[in-house]
Write a protein that binds this ligand. Structure first.
Ligand code: CA
Length: 232
């Protein structure tokens, strides 16, 4: 049997925290709830959660700041994060994703929807298992260790968020093919058309930046989408 996955819930409202904990426990997760970002950050190194549900509106340090700090911590940067917030405007959503979060859930949410998001994020960020051939994905520029989520660019490690890693994997697997924003949205977020083009552009912009002089290998193809060509 699979070992149960631990989810850290950082939420200051007791009733919401209890609701999430009860629901996720019933669905096979181990849950640990804390009421502040400070307590959450302290717990992460020893708890090593599989995923973090992070409320944005928290006392003292807010969820976005906590998210940035987690992404800067080498021990925690690969842990998937789902931000939770009452504010659901697109702008807010983009800020959330720019902070390095993997997904976003608006309050009030339906527990079943939250569970679906949790499972989708865990599935996306799960290391490839089984076949040895799938562990290393190599092309002229990159070598991706699918199990440990380590990306090497011309032999040098580059720091990618889980979402950027998934995005790069998609580009390499589809080398030379034009990927429309719809396809990228479906493949990366598993929800067609739900992510705005702007959100996708933001993610691709950040990924390109991290590739430095190799950034242009991901070209914009008119209004259609993007294409990755390592020889560029
Ligand atoms: Ca709150």
């Amino acid at each position: 049997m699979d070992e149960k996955k631990t989810i850290l819930i950082i939420e200051d409202e007791l009733n919401i925290r209890d609701l999430i904990e009860t629901f996720l426990s019933k669905n096979g997760f181990v849950t640990v709830g804390v009421e502040s970002a400070e307590l959450g950050l302290k717990k992460i190194p020893t708890l090593k959660p599989s995923l973090i549900l992070l409320d944005i509106q928290l006392p003292n340090m807010d969820g976005l700041e906590a998210c940035r700090r987690i992404r800067l911590d080498p021990r925690a940067k690969n842990i998937p994060i789902i931000l939770v917030s009452v504010q659901s405007s697109d702008i807010h959503k983009i800020i959330g994703l720019e902070s390095g979060a993997d997904d976003f859930v608006s309050k009030p949410f339906n527990p079943a929807e939250l569970l679906a998001r949790v499972n989708a994020v865990l599935r996306r960020t799960k290391p490839a298992s089984g076949k040895k051939s799938e562990i290393l994905l190599e092309d002229p520029l990159f070598s991706l260790d699918m199990e440990n989520h380590v990306a090497l660019l011309k032999g040098k490690p580059i720091e990618l968020t889980p979402k950027e890693f998934t995005l790069l994997t998609l580009f390499i697997k589809e080398t030379g093919n034009v990927l429309s924003r719809d396809v990228i949205s479906t493949q990366i977020w598993e929800r067609e058309n739900l992510e705005s083009s702007r959100t996708i552009d933001v993610h691709i912009g950040r990924l390109r930046k991290k590739l430095g002089k190799f950034g242009p290998a991901i070209e914009t193809v008119g209004k259609v989408g993007y294409r990755y060509t390592p020889s560029l």
